[in-house]
Write a protein that binds this ligand. Structure first.
Ligand code: AMP
Length: 280
């Protein structure tokens, strides 16, 4: 695996791969890599692409400074995992490389997507996500971008970004990898105590319970019950909601037909966890 830190090198190596007839698959990450990240690398490799991973803890997407400062970093293990997965290029830019002096932050028109769920609870988060992904896409210009369904709303935001920027890059959304108890793998799980890790499985249980008991009509009692159960299990719940799976418009009264997704975000101590499940 080639490791580079400079934009000029990352662009050149990506371009050379294309000139040699390869398609490029790109997996942007913030590091502290787990099997969920690695599954995206493996998917790109299985598709036969020259596979590029970036690790950059993007300061502009953190709405909470403490969360940014406490973000886990496990670089040498990350490099070993990427080598083992067959990743071809690791791009490790510095903050100054991505946001040089005088960099002017663009504004992305994300419309309604920015005002709901994660957008509502993490002001400015998706502008920061778009800023870094836009920058990385210009550098790498990949054929395909691999994203995790774990960040459901983020996938929709990035789809919108590709529309706004008239990008030719395609998106593939990959399944969420989970711990044996159902907890969605996340770099932030490293910050959970053993006890909290056990409690955290409750998020997945409540999503499953909703799916298994889904019925046409008002979903409000079920959503309230799920929120109460999570609170009882020690979570501070930002939201436990159901939305249209394509538009993300809230659904509180289900017609029994439209494709819907349940999404949740909740704190255990100072660790914020998110998860989602397509319900039908
Ligand atoms: P992050 O490092 O958290 O920014 O995530 C980088 C990419 O990995 C994003 O596209 C995430 O959606 C994806 N990802 C994170 N966790 C998982 C998981 N448990 N399963 C699959 N993909 C994931």
């Amino acid at each position: 695996m080639i490791v580079c830190k400079m934009i000029a090198d990352a662009s050149r190596i990506s371009l050379e791969a294309k000139e040699n007839g390869a398609k490029t698959g790109f997996i942007p990450t913030m590091g502290a890599l787990h099997d969920g990240h690695i599954s995206l690398i493996r998917q790109s490799k299985a598709d036969g692409y020259f596979t590029i991973c970036s690790i950059f803890v993007n300061p502009t997407q953190f709405n909470n400074l403490a969360d940014f400062e406490k973000y886990p970093s496990t670089l040498s293990q990350d490099i070993n995992k990427l080598e083992a997965s067959g990743c071809d290029l690791l791009f490790l830019p510095s903050r100054d490389e991505i946001y040089p002096l005088g960099f002017e932050a663009p504004h992305y028109d994300l419309g309604f997507l920015e005002t709901i769920l994660e957008g509502k609870y993490r002001q400015g988060h998706f502008q920061g996500v778009c800023m870094v992904v836009d920058r990385l896409l210009q550098i790498i210009q990949p054929y395909k971008l691999y994203l995790g369904q774990k960040d459901y709303q983020q996938c929709m935001v990035i789809e919108r970004l590709l529309e706004i920027t008239h990008s030719k890059t395609k998106i593939e959304v990959c399944d969420t990898l989970r711990e044996p108890g159902g907890l969605a793998m996340s770099s932030r799980n490293l910050r959970l105590s053993d006890q909290q890790r056990k409690q955290a499985g409750q998020l997945w249980k409540e999503l499953r319970h909703l799916k298994e008991n889904l019925h046409k009509g008002s979903l409000v009692p079920q959503l309230n019950n799920a929120t109460a159960a999570l609170q009882k299990a020690g979570f501070e719940v930002d939201y436990f909601s159901v939305a249209d799976a394509r538009s993300l418009k809230p659904v509180t009264n289900w017609n029994g037909q439209s494709k819907i997704v349940a999404l949740t975000a909740a704190f255990l101590g100072d660790v914020r966890l998110i998860d989602n499940l397509i319900l039908n």
